[in-house]
Design a protein. Structure first.
Length: 384
């Protein structure tokens, strides 16, 4: 299929055709990738289409509804040798990781690259295409029903346009990074995608327990929260509906705090979930029978900065903002808030990102100097 064969609704919908494409990808040094998926009123997003562009200019559309076995594609994504170019790929990689089970390597995110190259903090793919070609990519039916078959001509055209420019954009961005002395920035920051925690879908219980309100609960109430969160996931998967349709995070925390032991008590404090009151009451009683949630890591409660540390933090933050403005990049790419808090607290074991790699020269040494100036002086011993 060449780059103009999109008049019909032809998709790669057989294992043999996909194997042939995988062989072609294996012989490439770079591929571009995008996906279309549908969340709707279902428990999990459904992968509906995978678009692949090759260096010869061809674009190929894989139909995961017809070919759910994607292990061959997974091996390509896990290859160290082949560069995979995507735009803002966290959701794409999360779905593909869930589908293939592979940990990905050599990912290049054009959105991250554009931010590091001062092409715009909130720029869209269309903005970057304008930078590349002088005209924006045509908008299409992004929010249409991608699970419907056959796909319409406008859907096929939109799917193609999402990947057709990515390889040219990658080459141009690499060249521009060399010109501006920021190639090292891109090389270092793209390695974040080698860590599957960057895109892996978080465990719902762990995610819930990270909230400040969860940390403030008593041990038995935390155990109730774990039980209710697990029930919500199990029931949502069984009914194939989003978890928020059963209980919102706020409702979960409120029920865990109140711990209603009977269906009547559940209905009285949270009437919106009365249809599930018996299930909820049973899980509350199970949680209350435990001293603390087993096998769940509870993060420590937040320690507030002292007055001295707050003053240091403000100076660190202002230095980062000023330097980010000079470099014309988002401040978050220079230093994270957690980095500045660690420096303000004089935590030698924190190893903040802003003191490593290209950031050490760009801002790290200045931050060390500011932080060092706030080391409390030892008070001289007075007379006995």
């Amino acid at each position: 299929m060449n780059s103009t064969d999109f008049a019909g609704s032809e998709l790669i919908s057989s294992a043999a055709a996909l194997d042939e494409l995988v062989i072609r990808m294996r012989g490439s040094s770079r591929i571009a990738l995008d996906t279309e998926f549908m969340q709707g009123d279902r428990y999990r997003p459904t992968l509906a289409l995978i678009q692949v562009a090759l260096e010869d200019g061809s674009v190929h559309l894989i139909d995961p509804l017809a070919v759910p076995e994607l292990s061959g594609l997974g091996r390509i994504l896990a290859s160290d040798r082949i560069v995979k170019v995507l735009h803002d790929p966290i959701q794409d990689l999360g779905l593909l990781h869930q589908t293939t089970g592979k940990v990905f390597r050599n990912i290049f995110d054009t959105r991250l690259a554009g931010q590091l190259l001062s092409l715009g903090e909130a720029a869209s793919l269309s903005d970057y295409v304008r930078w590349l070609t002088g005209s924006p990519v045509e908008k299409g039916p992004q929010r249409s029903n991608w699970l419907a078959r056959p796909l319409s001509k406008s859907q096929l055209h939109y799917a193609r346009s999402d990947v057709i420019f990515l390889l040219r954009m990658h080459r141009r961005m690499i060249a521009y990074a060399r010109e501006t002395g920021r190639l090292k920035w891109l090389e270092e920051d793209m390695r974040r995608f080698d860590d599957p925690s960057t895109y892996r879908i978080a465990d719902p219980v762990t995610q819930m327990m990270q909230s400040n309100r969860a940390r403030d609960l008593k041990p038995r109430n935390r155990a109730v929260l774990v039980q209710l969160t697990k029930w919500r996931e199990e029931m949502a998967e069984k009914l194939d509906v989003p978890t928020r349709h059963l209980l919102t995070p706020g409702q979960l925390l409120y029920l865990a705090q109140k711990a209603p032991r009977t269906p009547w008590a559940v209905r009285s404090i949270c009437p919106e979930v009365s249809v599930f009151s018996r299930h909820i009451a049973d899980r509350v009683k199970t949680g209350l029978s435990m001293s603390d949630p087993p096998d769940v890591k509870i993060p420590p409660k937040r320690r507030f900065l002292t007055r001295y540390q707050r003053l240091c933090y403000r100076q660190l933050r202002d230095a980062v903002a000023a330097r980010a403005e000079q470099l014309d990049i988002p401040a978050m790419h220079l230093a994270r808030k957690s980095d500045l808090v660690a420096l303000a607290r004089q935590m030698p074991d924190a190893n903040p990102l802003c003191l490593r790699g290209w950031r050490l020269e760009a801002i790290g040494r200045d931050l060390q100097q500011i932080s060092g100036g706030f080391i409390p002086r030892q008070r001289a011993p007075g007379p006995r």
